[in-house]
Design a protein around this ligand. Structure first.
Ligand code: IPD
Length: 276
């Protein structure tokens, strides 16, 4: 199975070389922008084109594999199902709002799950030329070099990331504001990168110690989960229980201690699930 995953890794890496080039060429050019679930939830022709390149490229090599892609899911608008089949979970442009504004925090995020277990994760940040990768049991890497979480155990020593997300529901927004107010005085600083995949990768490389968000979908977390775990970090539910990739809730941390301390302080919010 390890050999298979190595082969999957090689194939997907070549595809992402091409999508990264496309995103670099498009980010500062004029774009065709449409909205999806809300007036701040955007999609561009590049999101769709990149998703097609990835799915078609993988299908050619692995015709039996399954796919969950952000833009395909937006078009069908059906509850998502993750089966035991090898499934590629894809966000072609994570941080579309950044992409629309020419902000470089833009990622392509691809996770491969087999028997519902994370096997491979790849987060490409094409503008910065950062590529985060991990295969189950083999550690996490940035541009081929091993990375590790910071290991920070207390909020009083942490640089954290909190996201506003793209759900304008008043209750959701209030939870973001309340959590910002709670955490700002407790930590070194609060960041907002605008890409869930980038934020997870930032925790994995030790550049951020904790990240929490209500609203990210399975394609925002799938690759980051593998990379973060392989870098020694933890991904749990923001109320403290195990992570549920369909729940649209996540808390990433550099240590179980930090995750537990943070989870005890969040105002909770439960968005609509991906499988509902
Ligand atoms: C979004 C980004 C954003 C996060 C949202 C995601 P998209 O992904 O990761 O940072 O706050 O929850 O949906 O729509 O740009 O692929």
């Amino acid at each position: 199975a390890v050999n298979n995953v190595q082969k999957y890794y090689e194939v997907v890496s070549k595809i992402v070389d091409r999508t990264g080039e496309l995103i670099r060429n498009r980010i500062f050019a004029a774009k065709t922008i449409q909205t999806k679930a809300s007036n701040i939830d955007f999609v561009t022709e590049t999101d769709k084109e990149v998703e097609c390149m990835i799915i078609n490229g993988l299908k050619t090599e692995f015709p039996d594999h399954k796919f969950i892609g952000e833009e395909t899911a937006a078009e069908t608008n059906m509850p998502l199902v993750l089966t035991d089949e090898p499934t590629w979970i894809i966000d072609p442009v994570d941080g579309t709002l950044n992409f629309v504004h020419g902000n470089p925090h833009v990622c392509t995020s691809i996770g491969l799950y087999i028997n519902k277990k994370p096997e491979l994760g790849l987060i490409d940040v094409p503008i910065m030329k950062f590529r985060f990768t991990a295969m189950q049991g083999q550690g996490a890497k940035l541009n081929g070099k091993p990375i590790k979480v910071s290991g920070v155990k207390e909020l009083s020593e942490a640089l954290i990331c909190l996201e506003g997300g793209n759900d304008p529901a008043l209750q959701k927004r209030q939870s973001v504001i309340d959590n910002y107010s709670t955490f700002l005085p407790l930590v070194h600083g609060v960041r907002t990168y605008g890409s869930a995949a980038f934020s997870l990768a930032a925790v994995a490389m030790g550049a951020t110690d904790m990240y929490m968000e209500y609203g990210p979908h399975i394609w925002d977390m799938a690759a980051g989960y593998v990379i973060l775990q392989e870098a020694g970090g933890v991904l749990i539910d923001p109320a403290g229980g195990p992570i549920d990739l369909m729940s649209c809730r996540m808390l990433a941390a550099s240590s179980p201690e930090l995750a537990a301390e943070a989870a005890s302080k969040f105002k909770q919010y439960y968005p609509k699930r991906d499988d509902a």
